[in-house]
Design a protein around this ligand. Sequence first.
Ligand code: IMP
Ligand code: MG
Length: 178
Amino acid sequence: MPDITTAHDLDFVKYLDESDIRRRVEELGKQLARKYSEKNPVFLGVLNGAFVFTADLIRACPIDCEVSFVKLSSYKGMQSSGVLATLIGLEVEVKNRHVVIVEDIVDSGYTLHSFIPALERLNPASIDLVTFLLKPDALEYELNIEHIGFEIPNKFVIGYGLDYDGLGRNLPALYQLK
Ligand code: IMP
Ligand code: MG
């Protein structure tokens, strides 16, 4: 994979390569396996961005578990619109289940800040958060995130499921805006 890529009108440079990502995702999978063995957790991937991370994470977590997805979104282009488009999905029964929300990236934290109370109303046994990326300098809401893949600077990134206006999700590495 090249070190520079373009999406629409913008140039991006490689920030994390595939092997760094694989290694870290495997560690997270093992952590979660230790925490949730015998608990049959429900991994709840947040679409669209988290589909790649969720697929790799569950395969790195060798315990009984289920996986489902919800669709939430507050992003248009490169800025959070601050409006959480309605949740699509949640087809799985979460009552009394251990739910692990799987995010691609926590930026302002608004998405999870709005989603968690909605999930709590469904009375799960517990709610945990795992995010592939966190931008600590962009965080505006208090969230208790125990499992973080990488903390990154407050710059736009694409690849490994993350997009810029639709492009870049299929890049196996992570690229940062030049
Ligand atoms: P938040 O609600 O501000 O925390 O934003 C979370 C959502 O915005 C993530 O789940 C992503 O879908 C999207 N997002 C935030 N930062 C980036 C980025 O750097 N690249 C691509 N998508 C991003
Ligand atoms: Mg997302």
